[in-house]
Design a protein around this ligand. Structure first.
Ligand code: PLP
Length: 445
């Protein structure tokens, strides 16, 4: 192979070169086949090589791929925004287009701050977020992220945001009911707002289901309902980060729909274009847009590629595909089967402390001691070992560890395309089992 000049995740390591993909499968140039058991980075939710999307891509490229959003709108962005308004709950009717999840959450942060400025309350400019969360890698998004591992090198440059702990049912105090735990966790937000002062707080941000920093951690019922009440009480906007959970991944259009809670802003990415193009969005309520329209009349955000017709046409084709094949319902049905199979593994294998998830966003938490739930030291990299073993066996899964030593265990995310069949889930499970058993064996030796 010729020398590579690409900066790869692990410098010095050689990565297989991809050839092509079809459905849930990916093939490298050596002819090896992989089950895409995590949809890449929880992204390729309609599977690979979908013809309709390729055709929509080509059709748009023949017309026009790029125009600057200050010069033109396009049919593609207009139709896509209208479709998102149909999908999104409440009065979340307005879309600001960006190209990545980090841009989407950071734009939400900026719009929330601007909203309060337009209302004549400029001191409301801080965002409360949670430890064990991930909202992106740019400095604003990282400031809101409680992903200790990713924050570490930049801590002194970040705004001092994360303030509360999210609910983590697997590790809740044993003598507390789930209902009481949900309320206690949500009430931490009230304490944090009072500590900071409501006049300083613009918004609260949370992932409906915690993804990359915890591994499909599903909050108990009642949590987000109470969060909404607290936000309303103290005039704090609620930003739902749906970058991982949005567009059907959890078996509803959006993760937050499981609790019938309507946020003020929503960040989307990943499944919005299912990896066919970089595309993401911040969706905003009528009230926010009306306030800004009456005020300065313009949102202070945006990137060169914001609202480009090429990405919009592709994302529209992806949403049409999700609707046509009823993939939101499929995610709920097949996700329930996937979770049941993962729970079987957890019952069988001592390395697995917990199997959890919602829809097609599932995870296994790996523990040193199943009885006490003692996590592994992060330096042992047990999650990484399972991922590596699975890779060798032709199964791709995704890491989830927020890097909070002693607080959270290693987890691996299993989140295949929403199109996966029952037989393919069985195939995935048997490879996953082999990988976990192999690591268990290694740890015993
Ligand atoms: N928000 C959530 C919930 C995510 O899971 C991610 C990425 O994993 C992001 C934001 C950042 O998205 P991106 O990597 O596209 O910038």
């Amino acid at each position: 192979m010729t020398k590579s000049y690409v900066i790869k995740p692990e410098l010095g390591k050689e990565y297989p070169v991809i050839s092509h993909g079809k459905g849930i499968y990916l093939y490298d140039k050596e002819g090896n086949r992989y089950i895409d058991g995590s949809s890449g980075a929880v992204t390729a939710s309609i599977g690979h090589g979908v013809e309709e999307v390729a055709e929509a891509m080509y059709a748009q490229a023949k017309e026009v791929s790029f125009v600057y959003r200050s010069h033109f709108s396009s049919d593609a962005v207009e139709k896509l925004a209208a479709k998102l308004a149909e999908w999104a709950p409440g009065s979340l009717n307005w879309t600001f287009f960006v190209s990545s999840g980090s841009e989407a959450t950071e734009t939400a942060q900026k719009i929330a701050i601007q909203y309060w400025q337009e209302k004549g309350r400029p001191t409301k400019n801080r965002i409360i977020s949670r430890w064990m969360s991930y909202h992106g890698i740019t400095m604003g998004a990282l400031s809101m992220s409680g992903h200790v591992l990713r924050r570490k090198r930049f801590t002194s440059l970040l705004a001092d945001y994360p303030a509360i702990t999210g609910p983590y049912p697997y590790r809740k105090p044993e003598d507390m009911s789930l209902e009481a735990y949900a309320l206690a966790c949500a009430n931490e937000l009230e304490t944090a707002i009072l500590r900071v002062g409501p006049e300083q707080v613009a918004a609260f941000i949370a992932e409906p289901v915690i993804g990359a920093s915890g591994g499909a951690v599903v909050p108990p019922n009642g949590y987000f309902q109470r969060i909404r009440e607290i936000c309303d009480k103290y005039e704090v906007l609620f930003i739902a980060d749906e970058v991982m959970t949005g567009v059907g991944r959890t078996g509803k259009a959006f993760g937050i729909d499981h609790w019938d809670v309507v946020p003020d802003l929503m960040a989307l990415g990943k499944g919005m274009s299912a990896g066919y193009t970089p595309m993401a969005a911040t969706i905003v309520s009528d009230e926010i847009i009306e306030t800004i329209t009456k005020g300065s009349g313009s949102i202070m955000a945006g990137h060169t590629y914001s609202a480009n017709p090429q990405s919009a046409a592709v994302s529209l084709a992806v949403l049409n595909y999700v609707e046509k094949h009823q993939l939101v319902d499929k995610a709920a049905e097949q996700g329930a089967y996937l979770l049941a199979r993962l729970k079987e593994l957890a019952n069988e294998l001592p390395l697995i402390g917990d199997a959890r998830g919602l829809g097609m966003l599932c995870a296994l938490e790996l523990v040193k001691n199943k009885q006490t739930k003692e996590p592994f030291a992060l330096s042992q990299g047990v999650g990484g070992k399972v991922i590596e073993k699975a890779f060798e066996k032709g199964l791709l899964i995704y890491p989830a560890m927020g890097g909070i030593e002693g607080v959270a265990g290693d987890a691996v995310i299993i989140s295949p395309p929403l199109t996966i069949t029952t037989e393919q889930i069985d195939e995935l499970i048997s490879l996953l089992k082999e990988a976990v058993v192999a690591v268990q064996q290694e740890l015993q030796d």
